[in-house]
Design a protein. Structure first.
Length: 280
């Protein structure tokens, strides 16, 4: 059931030991033959050098790679140089995001930079590089946590696509109906590009709960209660999580999702286990 539009997200390591550990993990994940690996950055683009280094490592290994690019905390000149560098390295795909504000910044600080929204970043990339890059943007089936309403969030998403984005990757979710409804409503606004669901494996309940609270993802009550009931039984949590997320992926693919994008957290095991079940 796995589509060719299957990708895996990584984050850049911060230590030499982390670099070697990620390389070893990537060897295992590369066996799944993803279309590409995407590589994140920190708040305000704070790990952009690490992002670049990791992307170049991936390219040297013969795999597709897509650096995340944040417009917050970046000037036009900085981004122009970064785009020229990525183009010179032969990189053909970017994930263009507004990005998170650095610690200590508030919503009012959005007005102080040269870019405020991902739509402006997409427009800038297209103006600077034409059709060189395949541009991915973010989508939020359960609404961006800072949006005023689902309708406003959907309009912002449609604007990003109209600005020149080629595809979208969603925030992770566990409610397939939210994804299908989002896609349906996006189509009504004229979005025809692929909207790839983001998939977060379940391996650690406390960590998942913390991530979900930050990004506005709903963990359905029945899943929360079941995970909580396992306490510190890691094996039970992972086995249950594997069942839940595999079933979610199966429903998404059967319902027409164009592919899957896995948030691996640099751990090859959970993504590999889900992929093997789907492929089998």
């Amino acid at each position: 059931m796995i589509s060719s539009n299957f990708s895996i997200e990584l984050f850049p390591p911060k230590t030499p030991e982390g670099v070697e550990k990620l390389r070893a993990a990537r060897v295992k994940m590369a066996e799944l033959r993803p279309k590409y690996f995407s590589v994140t950055f920190g708040a305000g683009g704070s790990t952009q050098q690490g992002t670049r280094d990791t992307v170049l490592d991936i390219l040297s290994e013969g795999h597709g790679a897509a650096p995340h690019l944040s417009c917050l905390g970046s000037s036009r000149d900085t981004l122009r140089a970064m785009l020229a560098d990525y183009k010179a390295q032969g990189i053909k795909r970017l994930v263009a995001l507004r990005g998170d504000l650095p610690s200590g910044y508030g919503a009012m600080d959005l007005s102080s930079g040269e870019f405020r929204y991902a739509t402006e970043l997409v427009e800038f990339i297209r103006a600077e590089t034409g059709d060189w890059f395949c541009i991915e943007v973010a989508a939020y089936p359960e609404m961006h946590p800072q949006a005023k309403s689902p309708q406003e969030d959907l309009r912002h998403f449609a604007a990003k696509m109209a600005a020149g984005a080629d595809e979208a990757i969603t925030q992770y979710f566990y409610n397939a109906d939210a994804y299908f409804r989002f896609v349906e409503e996006a189509r009504k606004l004229g979005v025809t590009a692929p909207i790839v669901p983001g998939i977060m494996p379940i391996t650690n309940y406390a960590q998942l709960s913390r991530f979900s609270d930050m990004c506005g993802t709903e963990i359905p009550r029945w899943i929360r209660l079941k995970l909580a009931s396992f306490g510190d039984d890691t094996d039970a949590i992972r086995a249950f999580g594997l069942d839940v997320v595999t079933a979610l992926c199966e429903r998404l693919l059967a319902g027409g999702a164009p592919g899957l994008h896995f948030y691996s957290l640099n751990q090859p095991g959970p993504t590999t286990a889900i992929w093997k079940r789907l492929a089998g």
